[in-house]
Structure formats: C-alpha cells, structure tokens
Design a protein. Structure first.
Length: 159
C-alpha cells in the first residue's frame, strides 16, 4: 500500500486527473512583464478536481511551492498511480471536498513542469530560452494565474 494512502483515513481519491494546457499572450498580445519586457506565448500546465458549479462560485485555487507542480491530487492512470502531493487534503469528504468545490492548480510560469520556463523553446530562436528566459516577478506569475482563471470563466475565487 502506498504511504500516501495508508495515512489517508478517508481513503478516497480525487479520482483520475488529466494535465491540461492553456496558451495565451501570443503574437501581438504578448504579456507585458513588470520589467517592461513583452513576453509570450505563455503556456500554463494545470489540473482540476471536482465540478465547477453553474454560477462558477465554488473555486479554490491551490498554489504549489516554488519547486512543485500542478499534480495536487488524484492519479493519472492505473499505470501512473502516484497520487498528487496534496492528495490527503483534496478529494471527496476531505478538507477541500471535491464533492463541493472545484479545485484548480497550475504550474507557475517560469517553472519546469509543463508551463513556459527556461527549458521551453524560444519562438524567436527555436532553441531553449536557458539564460535568456526573462526575469519574472511574483506579480507576473499572479497575472498569468489570472489569465488562466479568465480562460476558465472564473471571476471570483472562493479561496
């Protein structure tokens, strides 16, 4: 039995999850970073658990640690059954009850787990950004999260 499951008294998983991708700030609509640099396109990897209610008011946005990823709960498949890093907190009947809440977690822009970061291809050179990746601020990361919420039609977060 997985160490994650044996410490989970409820024993209920958020179920199967799928990593999704949202790309924005393309071509003439590049994002203007706080340092004035125009940057894009930007892709954010994200995952969701639970069901978005009709008025879109049951949304909890989970932010991972700097070195984390969007795989917060659930499993990808039977073959890839490692639960997300906060599986013990997210799922039916848990602290973030996916029977009640729609929980979203995305990789931060600048990260290395599916969102645009230094290992991504620079569209101007066709090579990885590497050291040419722009310096990002927390404000830039928050604006990227806001773009994802807009894409999902979410105007207000519950938490």
């Amino acid at each position: 039995m997985s160490e994650y499951i044996e410490h989970d008294r409820a024993g209920k998983s958020a179920g199967p999850v799928q990593k999704r991708f949202y790309t924005f700030a393309e071509a003439s609509e590049k994002m203007v970073l706080e340092n004035g640099t125009h940057f894009g396109p930007i892709t954010l990897a994200y995952e969701t658990c639970g069901t978005l209610n009709p008025d879109r008011t049951n949304v909890i946005l989970v932010l991972h640690a700097l070195t984390g990823d969007s795989h917060m709960a659930g499993v990808y498949s039977e073959e890839d059954a490692k639960p997300g890093w906060w599986d013990i907190m997210i799922g039916p009947g848990k602290g973030m009850d996916t029977d009640r809440f729609f929980v979203v977690c995305s990789n931060i822009v600048g990260g290395c787990m599916g969102s645009t970061g230094p290992s991504s291809l620079n569209p101007e050179t066709g090579k990885a950004y590497g050291m040419d990746f722009p310096v990002l601020t927390i404000g830039d990361m928050v604006r990227a999260q806001k773009a994802l919420m807009d894409h999902l039609g979410i105007k207000k977060l519950l938490s």
